[in-house]
Design a protein around this ligand. Structure first.
Ligand SMILES: Cc1ncc(COP(=O)(O)O)c(C=O)c1O
Length: 216
């Protein structure tokens, strides 16, 4: 689908990943039309990773435990769908494409979601935000002395969950090797024990090997 096309006459499903993986930016749908539906992937739309400009309120939203609590292997997610007809079709699809969720996963998800709800649903996010922010601050501070490596700049933003301006606490750092000789940032950092992903693998964001993405 052309990036420049906003009015579409055909049937189309647009996936809007917001915040986007890998660049962490908030995204909006671009396609409009009678037969267009947008599915908002809100895997990272949690206040420990990003400022939440407004509570999530799209027509079709999907979520996962994967990034909420850091239990990717659990493979447990959920959807919030406003239109009942769409809900029924999604139910049919999921019934036919898988045989449900294993007991192990159900028990683990239940336990995790109870923890998420502790402290009126605020404790985990306050803890998570502080932890991620501290890591980002330490990393930014250490790299502020380096001429060899740099990381992305992120501005503080307003968060409706914390009701104020909050500092950055991203899930990923984009390391840039600034030195002429460090053409392959992946290898340079791997030799120092830091394993990330080559920038080239996320072509839209950084097409070269002077960049590496590392989980924080
Ligand atoms: C934006 C986004 N959506 C969904 C997923 C996958 O979630 P799950 O582990 O529940 O399959 C990921 C995992 O990397 C992700 O980054």
């Amino acid at each position: 689908m052309s990036k420049n096309t906003s009015d579409v006459s055909m049937n189309a499903i647009e996936f809007v990943t917001s915040p986007n993986n890998p660049d962490g930016k908030l995204r909006k749908k671009v396609l409009r039309g009678e037969s267009v539906r947008a599915i908002h992937d809100h895997a990272y739309y949690w206040p420990h990773f990003t400022g939440i400009p407004t509570p999530a309120d799209e027509d079709i939203m999907i979520f996962t435990l994967s990034k909420l609590t850091g239990h990717a292997g659990t493979r447990f997610g959920w959807a919030v769908i406003k239109d009942e007809a769409v809900y029924r079709r999604m139910l049919t699809y999921s019934d036919e494409s898988c045989y449900g969720v294993s007991r192990d996963t159900q028990v683990r998800a239940l336990k995790l979601l109870k923890v998420v709800l502790e402290g009126e649903g605020r404790e985990l996010f306050t803890f998570g935000y502080k932890t991620m922010k501290d890591r980002w601050e330490k990393l930014s501070h250490a790299l502020s002395f380096s001429k060899r490596f740099s990381i992305q700049d992120i501005a503080p933003v307003y968060c409706s969950f914390f009701q104020g301006i909050r500092d950055p606490s991203p899930a990923f750092a984009w390391f840039k090797c600034e030195g002429e000789e460090d053409k392959d940032c992946y290898t340079v950092l791997r030799d120092a024990g830091i394993i990330g992903r080559r920038g080239r693998r996320c072509e839209d964001v950084h097409p070269t090997d002077e960049i590496l993405r590392a989980a924080i």
